[in-house]
Write a protein that binds this ligand. Sequence first.
Ligand code: CS2
Length: 423
Amino acid sequence: MNAPAPSDVGRLVHLGIGNFARAHTLQATAVAGGWSVVAFTGRSAAMADALNAQGGRYGLIVRGPEADEVSVLDVIDEVHPAADVDALVALLADPFTTVVTLTITEKGYSAGSDPATSAPARIALGLKARREAGVTEPIALVSCDNLTGNGEVLGQAVRAELDEETAAWFEDHVDVISSMVDRITPSADDGAADTVREQTGFADAVPVVTEPFTEWVIEDRFRGRRPEWEKAGVQFTDDIEVHERRKLRLLNGAHTLMAYAGQVAGVTRVDEAIGHREVRALVEQLWSEARGTLPLPADELDAYTSALEERFRNPRLADNLIRIAADGTAKLPVRALPVIAELGGPDKAPGEVAAVAAWTAWVTDRVRAGHEVQDPKSAEIAEAAGNQDATERVTALLALLDVAAGDPLVAAVVAEEQRLPRP
Ligand code: CS2
């Protein structure tokens, strides 16, 4: 595939402008240079006002184990609230727009058919308008969320919302592209704005804190114009799946395990969880299992997991486990359950079972302590967790992950809950 010529600039529309997108996707787009970016918010519509008030600029604090590197990024032209459907439709109907990137989180792909709440439904309306406007320039939809085959998932979600004519047009005019994204981006701490002001003079209401490591691997299938992301170290590949699985099962899988097992054991941050002797042993166990499902050489996997351990240990990043604990019902089916299935059942995957058991134990503790669990199925979790019988409770919770009653995982989780490290 030909790399775009430097003069090939256009407009990129980004959906879901949280901290991660600003540290990763838009940072790479800033380095690529030349492109206009219009962004839409995710959960927080307030982000639109805050960013527009500062001309779309924001401070990025790259927090290494020893020091910060701070810069001000000026890549966003304009931000709209997620629900501004008209603005998105107008942008997609414009031939100058040739790329849409998405960080809408795992649950964003099954958000239904209402354009007010579903990004795929909004995109479908925009594509209909693009067809009706007679635009022939190809457009690429690039998923940047933590799902296996995220492009396929996105393509299915959008196709499901198309009218017949647009569905026929879609195949010739739209590329749906998978990508593997990686940069650990905690919630910004209270001191972040001061750090940006002290080091750059810029008064920032919404600064971003992130780690030095960043990786983006994208499927090499663009028919239309795209930013020259190569300049930012982005890799293009014909085999995205192996990259996605490596990252989801080793990084995100360990994150999910630590998020729940760490909190059950009484710690609150990722660096504390990886430094906790028993939680760390569980992570090692999970890694040894997940590696068995990845078609990669042992030395490559060794290097990857040691680098991960170092990233998790970054003492200055202050990544709170509660951030990662959100949306367990959308994450466990991607990160842990496929490994258990591929290895042949819970007996073969005790580390992955521990991740699931840590989730059931943690949500149960939270609900019983009167806290809400942040999850698209929070009401169902609250009801299931109230069950007094352990087997019934675990059965009801695992049903939310689509695990059938009587599946061997239920008994394995009930037993594992008892063995989890506690304070
Ligand atoms: C985390 C991710 O929130 C989570 O579930 O595992 O946000 C993780 O930090 C990123 O995927 C790192 O690239």
